[in-house]
Design a protein around this ligand. Sequence first.
Ligand SMILES: Cc1ncc(COP(=O)(O)O)c(C=O)c1O
Length: 419
Amino acid sequence: MSEEKKGQLAIFGGKPTFPKPLHVGVPNLGDRDRLFARIEGMLNRKVLTNRGPLVVEFEERIADLVGVKHCISMSNGTVALEIVTRALGFEHEVITPSMTFVATAHALQWQRITPIFCDVTPGGHHLDPARIRALVTPRTSGILPVNLWGRPVNIDTILSVAGQYDLPVVFDSAHAFGCSYKGKMIGGFGKAEVFSFHATKFINAFEGGAVVTDDAELAEKVRLMQNFGFEGRGQVSHVGINGKMTEVEAAMGLTSLESMDYFIRHNKGNYLAYKEGLQGIPGVELMEYDEDEYCNYQYIVIEIDERIASVACSNLLEVLSAENVDARRYFNPGCHRMEPYRSYFPNAGMLLENTERLLDRVLTLPTGTAISVDEVNKITSLVTRVIESGRAVRSRLRARAGTLHNIAEEGVAKCADFR
Ligand SMILES: Cc1ncc(COP(=O)(O)O)c(C=O)c1O
């Protein structure tokens, strides 16, 4: 690589491509005036929580968009998972992937249910139906697949395997609001599904979540559990907790929903720019969406095959970071390598070879309305340059690591002098 070209990358001393960091998951904001008008109405009504009119409207809108009979809004997706799995009587062991945000596993463990981690398919990053059978024991009480990145798992096969063992299935669809499977919206499958409306999700309610289901009995139970078990004033008919969404969160959720088409259009534009810009780069593969389905395009995920790309995922992360591109290694190192699961199952990795391999090579890149197509083009051209100069990049990073190490050592020595 020419000196001039090397100089362009920040790790070789060049100026960072972006003056300020570009992050993954910067919140999408809808129309501020609409939000403020809703908050004004809320303040005038003096109804701040306890299923006020904004929460009711939000639940109706979600149920309508997804095409289910019941939506119970929640304070967040984690509590939604905890409540619905408890309402369904999940206990002892539940089969779920390790390649997910840790909340999926924690929602179970919080109830002293053991998450049994199942490997994923290499291509889809999804719970592998062929591996579920081997994990079913007399203690298995349910299956909790994750529609990771907003791409649906192989729902038909998973439901069919679950049916053979009479196991209820709840889908963690925290990423998959606004997406479809075989033309039907995610939210209408299994016993129930859970959404997250956290600030980093493409539709946000500041914090928030929802359980959606067509099962009236389950919906009633979930609603009771979400509100301390209150059936009427002063009348408690069930054990419960506080999982309620507030009015101000619903105000934000409703305002986000009004801009949903724009958010998706913008995400799709970024996705297509990434697809074009990353095409043909050896060893870099973009996780593609099925454009014939409804997609929210909220995650840009690439896999780096170090043997071909000549740089590792961690190298690319470092180079991008120096350029002010704050890419993320979702969901490295995997739940099974986090506590308490790591201590419970120290050898779990032996049965999770696809999960381990993928988590070592997956990188999530910035998108959302805070990121423009122009910025995406600059990011893809950076990735191209890094891969083109793989060997030089690696040796520069090694040297940098040595320098940083020496600086740290020197710092320690200096500190020692002062003592
Ligand atoms: C796959 C997955 N499940 C569950 C959750 C939990 O949702 P929340 O943050 O709303 O509690 C998240 C949140 O990011 C998630 O990504």
